[in-house]
Write a protein that binds this ligand. Sequence first.
Ligand code: GDP
Length: 207
Amino acid sequence: DVRNQTFSVGANSQHRTTNLSDRYSVKLLGVENVGKSRLISQFMTSEFLTPNDDPITITGAHQEQSVSILLDGEETELQFEQKNNPQTWQFDEDIFTTTQAFVVVYSVTDRRSFQAAARIITSLRYFCSKQSEQCRGKSLTQKAIILVANKADLARCRVVSKDDGRNLARKLDAKFIETSAAVNHNVDELLVGIVNQIRLRMRLNND
Ligand code: GDP
């Protein structure tokens, strides 16, 4: 079962092809203070960024950052957006259809953030099934949903176990990874996972 495996980096960034880059929208969701901004900042320093690409950053009421990732000889442009308060996201059909990957972040030091992550993924799955009904079950409606347990470096303050995270992800059909944005642990793996999940869904949708 490929869906519930933890990510691993299988990247070969040596060869660059002339493929036109595709641009995909990635939303980082989760309550405040779980490390969404810090994760995005770490993405901006990844070894998988296309050489000479200048990440574009827009900050304001919400953050928006675009980067171009070179992975397995293929370029993929990702546009990251994050908002602290999931309640303020208008999860309307438009946002749902124009977003290719949802990265739902909690902190292993904050159980409330874990519970909020569960609620967010449940509502995303509701949208998936609603759209899937409209499209007669076509995989077109399946989105990449990745549950991220951040702040794994804070071992002594941990209140959410890795098993809790993994079980929740399995239950809600999401991928799972533990990261530390502070010490850059598994952050590239997360980035690679996002790109691979998006490419996988795109291939499924084109079948
Ligand atoms: P956001 O509100 O979800 O965007 O959270 P931020 O990215 O602003 O992070 C909130 C606080 O947690 C900041 O002080 C970060 O430096 C800190 N932080 C973020 N990620 C980590 C992490 O992985 N480990 C530790 N120890 N601190 C982190």
